[in-house]
Design a protein around this ligand. Structure first.
Ligand code: ATP
Length: 281
């Protein structure tokens, strides 16, 4: 296995229709990292995860590290179409499509793996149940079974525990930890900061730009949380791509002005003060 960063962002700007939503992200995430992505609504968390999943091309900068690694993406449950007529077993087995091809049949061993994955997520005996009869928590378990069968190197999860009860959350969190111990890189967008503190050793904090990243204790500080919460709320649809990275201080003081693309000083204090593993040197 290579020790090069699993995800390596170089001054990445992301947005829609040419208008930036997240600016100038630079950070390197080592393989085997278990990391939470936090930030207020509209901070760009989903946008970042979509870009890492290859669903959104950067407007600026470069994303390295992902090529040659298998990436699996779990979107927010709200965005899933679940009305199609498919059984839980078939749904989970979609995680095997890279092995079987779109129209490939399943061998006995693969059927067993599907059964094992369903058992691992607590859906033993549900294989023949139609997917649209599952509760929200059960559906999330089925999605985790599919994720498990994809057997990716990098797992990207967008709010995997929102609207999920405590028991299901605990079960699925334990699975994430297990996969991480197997060496997988896990990035999860989360809103529950207490959960982040107790279950995620690393954190990336976004507020339209990188506020901080690294060890969770060093990222979730009162000062960073304050900076995170003064993020400009509105997405300025008419903002052009700015030429120069805005400073962290500009975010803290609400001076960030996308519309004018002002020249800001380079001051990614937290991002640049850390090593590729996200540790303070
Ligand atoms: N498909 C899209 N087209 C245009 N703008 C979008 C699109 N998706 C997101 N945006 C805008 O990009 C910005 C970042 O949105 P994003 O969904 O990434 O934020 P988020 O941090 O995931 O928020 P939340 O916590 O509410 O899910 C927002 O201002 C949003 O309105």
């Amino acid at each position: 296995m290579t020790h090069a960063p699993a995800i390596d962002l170089h001054d990445v700007t992301l947005g829609y229709d040419g208008h930036p939503a997240v600016h100038h992200l630079s950070c390197a995430i080592a393989p085997g990292t278990l990391m939470a992505v936090v930030g207020p609504n509209g901070a760009g968390k989903s946008t970042l995860v979509k870009a890492l999943a290859g669903l959104l091309q950067p407007i600026g900068g470069r994303i390295d590290g992902l090529a040659g690694r298998r990436v699996a993406y779990l979107p927010q449950q709200a965005s899933l179409e679940r009305g199609f007529p498919i059984r839980v077993g078939e749904f989970a087995a979609m995680g095997l499509w890279q092995e079987t091809g779109a129209f490939g049949g399943f061998r006995g061993a693969q059927r067993q793996r599907v059964r094992d994955a369903l058992a691992a997520v607590g859906l033993d005996g549900y294989a023949r149940q139609p997917i649209d009869t599952l509760s929200g928590g059960q559906l999330q378990r089925a999605l985790f079974a599919r994720l498990m069968l994809q057997d990716a190197d990098i797992l990207l999860l967008d709010e995997p525990f929102s609207a999920i009860d405590q028991r299901t959350t605990a079960d699925l969190l334990a699975l994430l930890h297990q996969w991480n111990r197997q060496g997988k890189t896990v990035l999860a967008v989360l809103h529950d900061l207490q959960q982040v503190r107790t279950a995620f050793p690393r954190t990336l904090m976004l507020a339209r730009e990188l506020v901080a990243w690294g060890d969770t204790d060093e990222v979730l500080t009162p000062e960073n949380l304050r900076r995170m919460h003064v993020m400009p709320e509105a997405f300025d649809e008419h903002a052009p791509v700015c030429e120069v990275a805005p400073s962290a201080g500009d975010v803290a003081h609400g001076h960030h002005d996308h519309a004018h693309g002002h020249a800001h000083s380079h001051d990614h204090v937290h991002a640049h003060a850390m090593s590729p593993e996200g540790r303070q040197p």
